[in-house]
Write a protein that binds this ligand. Structure first.
Ligand code: NAD
Length: 279
């Protein structure tokens, strides 16, 4: 079901061409971003790892948004080249926006604690969740596949700055992801005026989010801390649209919190009450 917010379209992305990665099912943040970008007048290709295609859900999104699907493993540079080439070709010109909405940790999947990480898995977590952003940017940069003032957004989490024990090696991957956004953002900004940012999103009920041990309890905790409550996937998609639009042209190399005020709240009355510290 499209959300009610979809009715509020402003044509913010009219004429823009994009690539949206990471839509696995209707809960995915990328799924909502695709719906909103479509409502705002953009055309785009959808991409995901070939293995994720097996679920077949993405076909529904492609149909609803009139988009072509180009499978690509985000760790594979050749597949990323084919993705950018195919997108430019299909959309009829250079790309204006890219969503990196990709994360996966085999250590988390297998419940391995941070103090005993499997290093092959650790490499995989970093490659899939962080280095893939560098690979995407590098492919786009070297192919000159993006228009000036284009915008690249990747999704991050506050465990990049502060310790969240259950987030294990994904915390390291997110710290690297944010660093890549800053470092590449400098070079891409200088050379082509392309901007690169990360959005640090609230806990969100998706396949990736739900895979983290104790996610449900933590979701409630963050919701009780944030003055506005947890930010939904839907509102995250709204924020992505603004960053893809021309209204944020001077924003680059930033990690932008989209979390209802969580990141700058020390403690809330609700949490004190839950702990029985405050009557
Ligand atoms: N859900 C949360 O609580 C939360 C909070 C903050 C940030 N994020 C981030 O948001 C992003 C999107 O996650 P989501 O919550 O929508 O979950 P999701 O599971 O719907 O999306 C993750 C996507 O990554 C894709 N992926 C995995 N390996 C890949 C590969 N090798 N190549 C290409 N794609 C690959 C998956 O197929 C999937 O579509 C991730 O970076 C995640 O870390 C999520």
């Amino acid at each position: 079901m499209p959300s009610k917010h979809l009715k509020m379209a402003y044509n913010l992305l009219k004429g823009k061409r994009g690539i949206i990665s990471g839509a696995l099912d209707a809960n995915s943040i990328a799924w909502k971003v695709a719906e909103k970008c479509h409502a705002e007048g953009a055309t785009f290709t959808l991409t995901n790892a070939p293995i994720a295609m097996r679920m077949g859900e993405i076909n529904k999104l492609a149909e609803a948004t009139n988009s072509k699907i180009i499978p690509a493993d985000a760790t594979n540079v050749d597949e990323l080249k084919a993705l950018f080439e195919g997108s430019v070709d299909h959309l009829g010109g250079k790309i204006d926006f890219v969503l990196h909405s990709i994360g996966m940790s085999p250590n988390i999947r297998k419940n391995i604690p941070y103090t005993g990480l499997n290093y092959d898995f650790y490499n995989k977590s970093i490659d899939v969740s962080a280095m893939s952003l560098h690979k995407m940017l590098s492919v786009a940069y070297n192919m000159d596949a993006m228009n000036e003032w284009g915008s690249v957004v990747a999704l991050s989490y506050i465990a990049a700055q502060r310790t969240y024990p259950f987030y294990t090696d994904m915390a390291d991957a997110k710290a690297m992801l944010e660093s890549v956004a800053r470092s590449f953002g400098y070079h891409y900004g200088k050379a082509k005026k392309v901007r690169v940012n990360t959005i640090s999103q609230s806990p969100t009920k998706t396949t990736a989010g739900g895979g983290i041990k104790g996610f449900g309890d933590f979701y409630d905790y963050a919701d009780a801390i944030a003055p506005l409550g947890n930010a939904s996937a839907d509102s995250c998609a709204d924020y992505c649209v603004t960053l893809f639009s021309d209204l944020t042209r001077m924003v680059t190399m930033q990690n932008l919190y989209h979390d209802g005020g969580y990141a700058t709240t020390g403690v809330s009355n609700e949490v004190m009450q839950k702990l029985g510290i405050q009557g």
